[in-house]
Design a protein around this ligand. Structure first.
Ligand code: SF4
Ligand code: F3S
Length: 104
């Protein structure tokens, strides 16, 4: 599966939701996640994210993010329509420590 990682937080550009053929993105206030059980590994979303926040879970050290995506995909609503990015998306793009500071 593909997963959304920390640089989505407070950016939420949302380009990813429009391209997913199985509509498996879920939306929190500051971040999206992918439901790894629904993702068909097509890879289409990865290059669409301006924040480079989508990775295949075959990359190293993504266990935490896979678990977070799986957990919050059960709690958050499905999202299929792209809206505006977060207001300070550019300022937050690439910041460290977003999970601790902002995740919700
Ligand atoms: Fe959707 Fe494909 Fe991205 Fe999985 S890899 S979330 S199926 S666009
Ligand atoms: Fe987040 Fe990138 Fe989608 S910033 S909302 S994963 S386009």
């Amino acid at each position: 599966a593909y997963v959304v990682v920390d640089n989505c937080i407070m950016c939420k550009y949302m380009d990813c939701v429009e391209v997913c053929p199985v509509d498996c993105f879920y939306e929190g206030e500051n971040m999206l996640v992918i439901n790894p059980d629904e993702c068909i590994d097509c890879g289409v979303c990865e290059p669409e994210c301006p924040a480079e926040a989508i990775k295949p879970d075959t990359e190293p050290d993504l266990e935490k993010w896979l678990a977070l995506n799986a957990e919050y995909a059960q709690l958050w609503p499905n999202v299929t329509i792209k809206r505006d990015a977060m207001p300070q998306a550019k300022e937050h793009d690439g910041r460290e420590g977003k999970l601790e500071a902002f995740f919700s």
